[in-house]
Design a protein around this ligand. Structure first.
Ligand code: MG
Length: 247
């Protein structure tokens, strides 16, 4: 069963999501060459705490960081550490906040300094894939419609959506039903209803959709070591259509 949120639940989620969004915007303003991924983690973590929330990802299934920081060919679940961010890096920052009993989840990809034309095209396309998908986050749409729209948008640029990691329902738990795939067949899959809240998160690769998990059991990298980008918002299905809670 896919959980349905009450209006009171949604109000709590709006507040949780506003905190995650504020922390993400701090990361956007602060990121620069020379800082380590741990510096970024600490900065964002302090902001989440300052706003009265907890970092959703910390100790989630044993994850050691407060946020995920993934660079270049790293797709998701990068562990913050000593790695120094360099000019030309594509840095994915994924942030979750837990506040008043509800989780929020949002991610973006930042270009540090001057990046390649392909890298910029990938960033722009990943955001466009999200926009294509979120248009279907409305009552009566099927998840296959949403996934198909994401995949078609990526294919239009010759890019590939990751298939083995997906978006998800979110609420009292960080990961709830349904799985929100970045590919699909129109007219198939679960039907979205008012009160469902989902994290839509296209992970788009320049090359193959295939990925590998590194020996640290967390960091997901592209199999061909080409670039990957990630863009994510927590989205509520409402009477009046999609509401992007982490905008
Ligand atoms: Mg997520």
């Amino acid at each position: 069963m896919i959980p349905i949120k009450t209006e009171a639940d949604l109000q709590c989620m709006r507040e949780s999501c506003a905190i995650a969004a504020q922390a993400r915007e701090l990361a956007r303003r602060s990121i620069c060459a020379g800082m380590t991924t741990r510096d970024l983690d600490e900065l964002v973590y302090r902001e989440i705490v300052r706003l009265g929330a907890k970092a959703s990802f910390y100790k989630y299934a044993g994850f050691p960081g407060h946020i995920c920081v993934s660079i270049n060919e790293e797709v998701v679940h990068g562990i913050p550490g000593d790695r120094v961010i360099k000019d030309g890096d594509l840095v994915k920052v994924d942030i979750g906040a837990y506040y008043r009993g509800f989780h929020s989840d949002t991610a973006d990809t930042f270009a540090v300094g001057k990046v390649s034309e392909t890298a910029q095209r990938l960033i722009d396309n990943t955001r466009a894939c999200f926009e294509a998908g979120v248009a279907f986050a409305r009552s009566g749409a099927r998840l296959g419609d949403l996934g198909h729209a994401v995949a078609a948008c990526a294919a239009a640029e010759g890019f590939s959506p990751v298939r083995s990691f997906t978006g998800h329902g979110i609420g009292k738990n960080l990961h709830e039903d349904p799985a929100v795939l970045n590919y699909g067949k129109p007219g198939t899959g679960d039907t979205l209803r008012v009160g469902m809240v989902i994290a839509i998160e296209p992970m788009i690769n320049v090359g193959t959709h295939r990925v590998v998990v590194l020996d640290n059991d967390w960091t997901v990298v592209t199999k061909d070591n080409q670039l990957s980008a990630h863009y994510e918002h927590t989205v509520a299905v409402t009477e009046s259509g999609p509401e992007i809670l982490t905008a």
